[in-house]
Design a protein around this ligand. Structure first.
Ligand SMILES: [Zn+2]
Length: 115
C-alpha cells in the first residue's frame, strides 16, 4: 500500500453513501492511471467483483460492489482471502444453528402430539 492507492480497507460499505464517496476516490485513481484493472488467475467470486492493481506498489485490490442486502467490500488481495474464509465459516455456523433450531421444533411438535 502506498500514497497512490488506498490507506483504508472496507470489510463492508455500511451505507450506499459510503460506497458513493469511495467510488469517487476510486475513479480519481483510475483516471490518473494510479490504479489499473487487474486480471487474476484466482477465480472471481461473482460478477460484482473487480480487481485493481496499483502501478506504484503493485498491491492488488478486490472490490465487491454492494447490491441489495450484500454490503460489498474493498480489500487488498491478501486480506480478501482471509475475509472470505471467515465469511464462509460464519455461513456454516449459521446453517448449523438453523438445523438445531429445526430439530428442537420437530421434537417439540412430536412431544405435544404424543402427550
Ligand atoms: Zn499503491
Amino acid at each position: 500500500m502506498c500514497s497512490s492507492c488506498f490507506d483504508i480497507e472496507y470489510e463492508k460499505f455500511i451505507a450506499y453513501k459510503d460506497f458513493d464517496v469511495f467510488e469517487i476516490e476510486l475513479n480519481k485513481r483510475i483516471e490518473s492511471g494510479d490504479l489499473i484493472l487487474h486480471k487474476s488467475d484466482i477465480e472471481n467470486d461473482g460478477p460484482f467483483e473487480c480487481l485493481y492493481r496499483c502501478i506504484t506498489c503493485n498491491t492488488v485490490w478486490r472490490l465487491s460492489i454492494p447490491e441489495n442486502a450484500w454490503r460489498g467490500y474493498f480489500l487488498s488481495e491478501k486480506n480478501a482471502v482471509h475475509f472470505k474464509k471467515a465469511l464462509k465459516k460464519e455461513e456454516k455456523k449459521g446453517s448449523v444453528g438453523c438445523i438445531i433450531f429445526l430439530l428442537i421444533l420437530v421434537f417439540g411438535i412430536m412431544y405435544s402430539i404424543m402427550r
